[in-house]
Write a protein that binds this ligand. Structure first.
Ligand code: SF4
Length: 367
């Protein structure tokens, strides 16, 4: 069944994607942050090595005409989130807090099933994967003058669970993302075609979309979403020179920070036993403004679609490699970026508007 494509075996997925190209679809891939620092392991390279542009080149060699960067969707996610959080802070009502991140599907499923009383606090903004799907489809459609239905979006993700997001539909009825391949599946596909990431030429992201920022890239390692949110809030409140970092590999990291007139309590967590402890504290009155929950060790870099065998050393190397890759980005945060405002202008929408919500928020069940 069309809605069950996420269940397909790798060979069926490769064939289905190739068929879309033969059918004349405009083929677009997107690369999650964590993929770039792990895919090399499948080809004998070191964990944590930044192979962003090699991965773009590999996808182009596999037939994708356009490659987008999932951190762009993370930038839009945080851009919208800052607006949501600032209006909640201005309303000064505790009932809006804490806000939980929405980007980890493992966490969303866990929250919905085990802590349904907290589910309304999960951010309504769609995951960076889905936002990138929507933004890329709509911008490419506008710029090339083709219907959105002609564009096929394939997400390259560190996560098996991300395949569920292919079930989510935009209000137009189109999928945000049509297919998901894990890091392992992309490597498998390349090997079937006798391709080696070390030998492919570096590629370039599609010029139809703007570059992403450091904040968008850092989403893939623990603490990255909190850092992105704090940096963007500081920027929005005119504290752009303030250097905010929320680094470190601890399973639970907390910070109380003054940004503008607001004193914010934030925490990042990975590991279910830690999560249950923090959720218990929240239920007993401990106040946080933002809670980042990532299901996997060290965040998405430790996702279930990543190269095996999985070890603590590999997770750590990938997390550190990803932070270093993020720090190389010339743009530091999405606030005030011409590229991000250009997306809204091209689509003729305003941040936080009903139209932005139709494109970038969950329009269904969040799962
Ligand atoms: S943390 Fe794990 S479960 Fe959550 S989105 Fe990342 S890879 Fe998937």
């Amino acid at each position: 069944m069309e809605d069950e494509i996420y269940l397909n075996k790798p060979d069926e997925l490769f064939a289905a994607i190739e068929k879309k190209k033969e059918d004349g679809k405009i083929m677009v891939a997107q690369i999650a942050p964590a993929v770039r620092v792990s895919i090399g392991e499948e080809f004998g390279r070191a964990p944590g090595e930044d192979l962003t542009y090699k991965t773009v080149g590999l996808l182009q060699a596999l037939g994708f005409g356009h490659v987008a960067d999932t951190p762009l969707g993370a930038d839009i996610n945080i851009f919208e989130e800052v607006g949501e959080i600032l209006s909640a802070l201005e309303r000064g009502d505790d009932k809006y807090f804490p806000v939980f991140n929405s980007c980890c599907i493992g966490w969303r499923l866990y929250c919905k099933n085990k802590h349904p009383e907290l589910y309304h606090l999960v951010s309504p903004i769609a995951s960076p994967h889905m936002v990138t799907g929507s933004a890329a489809k709509h911008i490419i459609s506008k710029k090339l003058g083709v219907p959105v239905s002609r564009i096929c979006m394939v997400g390259i993700m560190p996560c098996v669970l991300k395949k569920y997001e292919t079930r989510e539909r935009m209000p137009s009825g189109e999928r945000y993302v049509d297919y998901v391949l894990t890091t392992n599946e992309l490597a498998m596909w390349a090997k079937k075609k006798k391709m080696d990431i070390s030998k492919v030429k570096e590629g370039k992201f599609t010029p139809l979309l703007p570059d992403s920022s450091k904040d968008g890239v850092i989403f893939g390692a623990t603490g990255g979403i909190v850092e992105a949110l704090l940096t963007s809030l500081a920027c929005k409140l005119g504290e752009s020179q303030k250097k905010i970092q929320f680094r470190g590999d601890e399973q639970v990291k907390q910070l109380c920070v003054q940004i503008g007139k607001y004193k914010l309590n934030v925490v990042s967590i990975y590991g279910v036993s830690n999560l249950d402890r923090v959720l218990d504290e929240i239920k007993h009155g401990v106040k946080y403004h933002f809670v980042e929950v990532m299901n996997c060790p060290y965040g998405c870099v430790g996702g279930p679609g990543q190269p095996l065998p999985a070890t603590e050393e590999k997770y750590r190397a990938r997390a550190h490699g990803l932070r270093a890759a993020a720090d190389k980005k010339p743009l530091k945060c999405p606030i005030g970026q011409v590229g991000i405002s250009g997306i809204y202008d091209t689509l003729g929408i305003k941040p936080g508007s009903r139209e932005a919500q139709r494109l970038f928020y969950f329009n269904g069940t969040k799962i």
